[in-house]
Design a binder for this molecule. Structure first.
Ligand SMILES: Nc1ncnc2c1ncn2[C@@H]1O[C@H](COP(=O)(O)OP(=O)(O)OP(=O)(O)O)[C@@H](O)[C@H]1O
Ligand SMILES: [Mg+2]
Length: 294
């Protein structure tokens, strides 16, 4: 039996100014999966995320966590937020303590843990997000990328069962993007479900187990990345581009330079290994060997 951790049923929501943001979202996310949510600006990704840990309350429909419908009394919400951590798109809306250490300790301190346990969690979260070097600095003096890492650390230290990150790598430098992605993978290996919104099709293609596409408040497509990104009409209708790896793979297949019946590579290493395998099968004619030496 499939074990779903979080989901929604016919979720509908409009903001007080009359903007309809969600128009009937149905969602079932399997425990331990890595999910990438894509969709144009204004598609409803952040609004959906804010529903998944009860910050926004649906107008119609429901959010389901661990098989139960989410309730909105303060006790139930507190329990939900222990299990479902959301890192906001804009770190300034998440961060409110004066220094980094206080900011990251705030959540765990409110869980009623021992001081020792709080310090262990905070140290581990700071180490994982590389914020140690500025732990005593005031948060408002940090750069955007540094604030982003502090807000990720604050949620990590809560040890959530579902980690939801709204465009977590936007504004990070290339080295930190690699490091943060590795961090998400190691957290996921511990069984934590991770949901990430992103505009980066290459990241979504190689990282996610499943991809969800949102368009005008609805989920318009869902599936394995290699399937979703191979569907040209889905890409066109949702203003998405094809990941470079899939383009290169298709081109090499079209030219007959890759072996038949292999599924598309998801990572650079997989692509290089396919190219190496194909290379070994090609017999270099003796003449070209000689001319290459001339
Ligand atoms: N606080 C708000 N008040 C009114 N309308 C809002 C508010 N926040 C978002 N919206 C509107 O709700 C819709 C969904 O917005 P949302 O921020 O969820 O989209 P998104 O997919 O996260 O976009 P982005 O990729 O730009 O982050 C948009 O039409 C947006 O203008
Ligand atoms: Mg958003």
């Amino acid at each position: 039996m499939i074990d779903y951790i979080i989901g929604a049923k016919d979720l509908q929501f409009g903001y007080p100014d009359g903007t309809t943001a969600l128009r009937g979202i149905n969602l079932d996310i399997e425990k331990g999966h890595k999910i990438a949510v894509l969709g144009a600006n204004g598609a409803g990704k952040s609004t959906l995320f804010l529903h998944l840990n009860g910050i926004l309350r649906p107008e119609k429909g429901k959010v389901i966590f661990d098989g139960k419908e989410v309730r909105y009394d303060s006790r139930s919400l507190m329990q939900l937020r222990r299990s479902v951590g959301v890192v906001f798109q804009d770190p300034d809306s998440q961060i409110f303590s004066s220094n980094v250490l206080q900011e990251i300790s705030f959540g765990p301190l409110n869980l009623g843990l021992s001081k020792q346990e709080v310090m262990q969690r905070v140290d581990a979260a700071m180490e994982a997000t590389s914020v140690n070097e500025f732990k005593h600095r005031p948060v408002h003096f940090l750069s955007y990328g540094q604030k982003k890492r502090v807000s990720i650390a604050g949620i990590l230290a809560m040890h959530p069962r579902v980690l939801i990150l709204d465009e977590p790598t936007a504004g990070l430098d290339p080295k930190l993007i690699v490091q943060t992605t590795e961090l998400f993978d190691s957290i996921n290996k511990e069984g934590i479900t991770i949901i990430i919104s992103t505009h980066d099709v290459d990241f979504a293609y190689s990282w996610a187990d499943r991809v969800l596409i949102m368009n005008q408040g609805q989920i318009t497509c869902e599936g394995r990345p290699e399937k979703v990104f191979s569907n040209q009409s889905v890409l066109q209708e949702n203003d998405l581009t094809s990941p470079w790896m899939l383009d290169v793979y298709k081109e090499l297949r079209k030219k007959g330079w890759l072996v038949e019946h292999v599924s598309p590579p998801r990572t650079k290493d997989e692509l290089f290994s396919l190219i190496n395998q194909a290379g070994k099968k090609v017999e270099v004619p003796i003449m070209s060997k000689v001319s290459a030496m001339e």
